[in-house]
Design a protein around this ligand. Sequence first.
Ligand SMILES: Nc1ncnc2c1ncn2[C@@H]1O[C@H](COP(=O)(O)OP(=O)(O)OP(=O)(O)O)[C@@H](O)[C@H]1O
Ligand SMILES: [Mg+2]
Length: 201
Amino acid sequence: MSSKYRLDNSSIYIPGTSIPYNKLGIEDSETLHLLEGELLKEAYSIFYDELTDETKFDESYLKSLHRRTFEALYEWAGEYRPFNMSKGESRFCQGAYVASESKRIFKELEKVGWLREFNDRNSEEFAKMIAYFQGELIALHPFYELNGRIVRLFFDMIALYNGYEAIDYGKPEEYIKASIACVQYADTEKLTEIIRRGLKR
Ligand SMILES: Nc1ncnc2c1ncn2[C@@H]1O[C@H](COP(=O)(O)OP(=O)(O)OP(=O)(O)O)[C@@H](O)[C@H]1O
Ligand SMILES: [Mg+2]
């Protein structure tokens, strides 16, 4: 990671808020959220159009999803975080280990052909594998912000590549519960069930 963007936690957010500093100087969370939504929608169509037989769902692909989706807004788009982060009772991968953990996860994902070989079997097995790797990336929480949306975009691209529609993750509260189980107990059962239900041809 370039040292230029080694921001610490306190330099990311406008003091006293959960609003990240951004290139447009937006200080209103609703406006920012709407804009992020627009950028994400655009990204879905851009990255969908770019899918080819040669697409590798590797670490640089994940980083490019984050960077290209949000670089108009955030300096740190596509950069891994260097500091520790937690949400509620959950502690994500320690900042010092994000890079090496990411390498480990993506090596494993490459070993199974970025899930392509699971598609031929059945969607049950495919859902299970997506949940396993998605759980790993949820626990990694590699970026400063927008992890949830980029992790889901990443697996939606894998789903689309394999002839499925984008995954319907259902209720956000259920997704958070499933994420908590992944991060705190390495338990991907809830997430598997959500993905199994949300995966459609
Ligand atoms: N208490 C928690 N324990 C474990 N993981 C959590 C918890 N709360 C949220 N998460 C995970 O972190 C993600 C949110 O991370 P972040 O805020 O960086 O991204 P986001 O795109 O703003 O999220 P989202 O759109 O999913 O709310 C969630 O999607 C979920 O996977
Ligand atoms: Mg968020």
